[in-house]
Design a protein around this ligand. Structure first.
Ligand code: NAD
Length: 465
């Protein structure tokens, strides 16, 4: 399977596509190793995971280099590696408390004693997207491994160059490499993974998520689905305009808008709309592409060719229906890569794809509303419900607005905080996902099945025949 570089457009890697038989063989060996991994105990698993964090740190240059080739951006690639290391260390600290089941205790019926235990799912499958290739492959893998599971990763075929340095790291850690493996390939390899695991974490689009959810339901295995979004921001009449214009510039343009929790639409009150749009446009206009020097600029290329087509279609649709581009508005080619110009667009109508579909690019549509209530209604008029943002100088009022938004995490007077604040539990609403919170301490419990020992302490039960 030949994959192009996002910076040059040249097909520079031929990715192995794992067959069903190869996936099956690998899952057998992961299952075998899991039993020892589980029995070794949490202390041992923590020791090995901390060694994993150290090895990642040592191999950071190789990992970052591969991630740059995968994604065409540098700062975010460094950040991905650093965030992975800090995620491992954080979970290693938290796991002992979270996995402690406590002692036996009396049940409500006094002669019955109860002991709560848990058993990990033997093998967790992880299927991940291309926008944060390393982080989104490991964010669920780390708590799953600490809980005692084996893990099989299937990263996006668009961005799997990082698997080679990851395997190099794993080769230094024999105990871990027995229980953590990666396979490469596209949708068929993904389907094979689903056929052979006991629980599945999927991050990707709604369309694929639906297929994955159905395949998991057929196998009666849990599916944790983290899907797309069209996150709205509401800028209320009393908002700090400078702050909102700065936060939303970052929240919509960071990683060239290729984040699930990117702000993808703004509803701004008419009283402050002109000032807000002009300040937001000024901020966004200052952003530069990271071309030709990857060390300069803030906005990288569009990573996936499929996404290039989606973005071009959405821009063409908006132009044809009369949208006004305050800045940007084109996907341009630079050195063979495809870059979206940082774009602010106004004069939108509700039927435009830019307001309805996930865009996943450096484009922010701004809609002027007559009231904050109208903004809430428009923000909720979407099939997505991932996260959102509210700007108001009155904190109680901002929370009142936030409470009416149909989404799992609402940033107040900031943007996309859900990506940074790990302890904030949240679920995805509507088509943005399914299953327990990935964020927050409790998320490790998604990888364990609860099991209870219920003991009669020696009294004949009164309900016996
Ligand atoms: P995608 O759905 O095209 O692919 C995701 C993964 O699924 C890839 O690894 C792909 O190979 C695999 N796949 C494809 N078909 C499959 C099938 N039939 N069975 C099993 N696996 C299959 O998504 P993408 O384009 O790689 O990623 C972008 C999407 O991911 C966006 O919608 C974005 O919002 C979403 N995303 C969500 C979150 C979140 O936390 N909610 C985070 C990041 C990205």
């Amino acid at each position: 399977m030949k994959i192009p570089s996002p910076r040059t457009g040249k097909y520079d890697i031929d990715l192995p596509e794992y067959s069903e038989a190869e996936v099956s063989a690998l899952t057998n060996s992961l299952r075998e190793a899991q039993s020892e991994w589980w029995q070794a105990g949490l202390e041992k698993r923590i020791e090995i995971m901390l060694a994993f964090a150290d090895e990642i740190t040592q191999h950071k240059p190789a990992l970052v280099a591969a991630l740059i080739n995968d994604t065409g951006r540098k700062d975010e690639s460094e950040l991905e590696v650093d965030a992975t290391v800090s995620t491992i260390r954080r979970w290693c600290k938290q796991a002992p408390d979270l996995l402690d089941c406590g002692h036996s205790r009396a049940a409500e019926i006094p002669f019955i004693e109860l002991q709560q235990t848990y058993l990990p799912y033997p093998l967790v499958g992880i299927i991940s997207p291309w926008n944060f290739p390393l982080l989104l492959s490991l964010v669920d893998a780390i708590p799953a491994l600490l809980a005692g599971c084996s893990v099989l990763l299937k990263p996006s075929e668009v961005t799997s160059r990082f698997v080679e340095p990851l395997n190099e790291i794993l080769s230094q850690l024999p105990e871990l490499s027995g229980v953590l493996s990666a396979v490469t390939g596209g949708g068929q390899t993904g389907q094979a993974v689903i056929e052979h695991v006991d629980s599945l974490c999927f991050t990707g689009s709604v369309a694929t998520g639906r297929k994955v959810g159905e395949a998991c339901a057929k196998r009666f295995i849990p599916a944790f689905l983290e899907l797309g979004g069209k996150d709205p921001a509401i800028v209320c009449a009393d908002a700090d305009v400078d702050l909102a214009a700065k936060a939303l510039c970052w929240g919509s343009m960071v990683n060239a808008g290729q984040s699930c929790m990117s702000l993808e639409r703004v509803y701004v009150h008419k009283d402050i709309a002109d000032e807000f749009i002009s300040k937001l446009t000024a901020n966004v206009s200052q952003l530069k592409h990271n071309y030709p020097d990857i060390n300069q600029g803030q906005v990288g290329p569009i990573i996936s060719n499929k996404q290039v087509d989606i973005v071009k279609q959405q821009l063409a649709d908006a132009k044809q229906k009369g949208a006004v581009f305050q800045c940007g508005g084109e996907v341009i080619e630079l050195g063979g890569g495809q870059y979206c110009q940082p774009t602010i667009v106004t004069n939108l109508t509700a039927d435009m794809k830019l307001l309805q579909e996930e865009t996943f690019a450096a484009i922010l549509p701004v809609v002027i509303v007559d009231s904050d209530q109208q903004a809430i209604e428009m923000a909720n008029d979407s099939e997505f419900g991932l996260s959102a943002a509210v700007f108001s100088c009155d904190v109680d009022y901002a929370k009142k607005v936030a409470s009416q938004l149909e989404a799992g995490a609402i940033s107040i007077n900031d943007a996309s905080l859900t990506a940074l604040i790990h302890e904030a539990e949240k679920q995805s609403f509507k088509y943005s996902g399914l299953g327990g919170s990935r964020m927050g301490a409790e998320s490790i419990r998604r990888f364990m099945r609860k099991k209870a020992f219920i003991r009669n302490t020696g009294v004949p039960s009164p309900w016996w025949f």
